[in-house]
Design a protein around this ligand. Structure first.
Ligand SMILES: [Zn+2]
Length: 391
């Protein structure tokens, strides 16, 4: 494999040589105009790049008295390459100097300004980046890209209302729906209000989220939690059921809340109906576990039911409950097998603790905790509880 530094130098050489050849061709073709760099200057520039002295090379680029579109394109390419390598100081220096050139053609100036704004964003100088992107959008340049960048900046700053405004502007310019993302921003505001103990504001934000995206599972789960906290158990159950209907992968998030809500409304029949539907719709073993707990509460030994669950939907959750019941069976205790069963169950619980519980359907990232915006691919609403079936 090539040494990374060597590859980088080769890449730089390629850029400069490509530019020099194109330039030579253009000079020969027109047989007029300025040549920008002389052969000696170009040789010096190459020397600096080869001797890994990019700062000297940048200084040589800046000092070029003659400047035309070919030179500007070389600057732009080098600037982008430095940014890609994470060398933000150098990228910024090149793009800043380029925007200050007086004789730069308008299209290239705009391109340089856009690249400079991207540099600021990557470097985390968000206010400068936002200002530049706003100027570009106002001038009708790279409008969709600039508005998308502004949306991302507000997202990074967790300024959700401004992110909503930018996404709405982007939607009208691009003609592409941003409603699912806007719904997530309203959910962020609802979550903030809930933490600040402002339930009315939170409920309003949840409604705004559902106005944008009626199938937003996150908004429905939040609505369930908020209504449950206000003792509206029937409204909460409705919200949890809709969340499950729209995405059955969220069964682990609704099964216990629904059990609580239906217990409050004394509607055991509806809870049993939900568990029976859940067995049909979802591949999860959790309905078996829940049914076994109900049997236990009514004094029936849930052993057979858990064994049936284990056969039909083998999973860590049903196995853990099965072992829990097994270690308390009188004949198991009499045979002295209760302690080994308990050890096995404890080992299984430890394994469950270290197993990823969620997965992003877009990039496959598997976190232990839920993220509504995937930390891997930055997509919203692509992460859901992972299947815990034993294979
Ligand atoms: Zn992802």
């Amino acid at each position: 494999m090539l040494d990374p530094l060597f590859s980088w130098l080769l890449l730089l050489l390629g850029v400069v040589l490509g530019w020099a050849l194109a330039r030579r061709h253009s000079v020969t073709a027109t047989a007029s105009g300025s040549e920008g760099y002389t052969g000696a200057q170009l040789g010096g520039l190459l020397n600096q790049l080869v001797s890994d002295d990019p700062d000297q090379a940048i200084a040589a680029l800046m000092a070029a008295a003659e400047f035309d579109s070919g030179t500007a394109e070389l600057h732009l390419t080098l600037g982008k390459m430095f940014r890609k390598r994470g060398e933000m100081d150098r990228a910024l220096r090149i793009h800043e100097a380029l925007t200050q050139r007086e004789n730069l053609p308008a299209a290239l100036r705009t391109e340089a300004e856009f690249e400079l704004a991207v540099d600021y964003m990557v470097a985390g100088v968000l206010d400068h980046a936002e200002q530049l992107f706003e100027q570009l959008a106002a001038r009708g340049v790279n409008v969709a890209e600039s508005l998308d960048a502004i949306r991302t900046i507000h997202e990074q700053a967790r300024d959700w209302q401004l992110a909503i405004d930018a996404a709405q502007r982007l939607q009208s310019v691009k003609g592409e729906s941003q409603r699912q993302t806007i719904a997530q921003y309203h959910c962020e505001l609802a979550d903030e209000a809930r933490r600040a103990k402002q339930p009315d504001v939170a409920i309003r934000q949840v409604r705004a989220a559902l106005d944008q995206d009626s199938h937003c599972v996150r908004a429905l789960l939040l609505q369930g939690q908020l209504l449950e906290a206000q003792a509206d158990f029937s409204g909460a159950a409705k919200a949890y059921l809709r969340a499950f209907e729209y995405d059955p992968r969220f069964l682990p998030d609704v099964i216990e809340p629904l059990q609580r809500c239906f217990a409050q409304t004394r509607d055991k029949e509806r809870y049993l109906l939900f568990l029976s539907d859940a067995k049909e719709i979802s591949s999860s073993s959790l309905p078996f576990v829940a049914e076994a707990r109900l049997l236990s509460e009514t004094g029936v030994n849930p052993m057979d039911h858990l064994a049936q669950g284990l056969e039909q939907r083998p999973s860590r959750a049903v196995l853990a409950d099965f072992l829990d019941v097994l270690e308390r069976q009188p004949d198991v205790v009499a045979a002295g097998l209760d302690k080994p069963a308990a050890s096995l169950r404890k080992a299984l619980l430890k394994l469950m603790e270290s197993t990823p519980r969620y997965q992003c359907s877009n990039c496959g990232f598997s976190p232990r905790q839920m993220f509504w915006q995937c930390p891997g691919c930055k997509k919203w609403g692509t992460t859901a509880p992972a299947d815990d079936v034993l294979r």
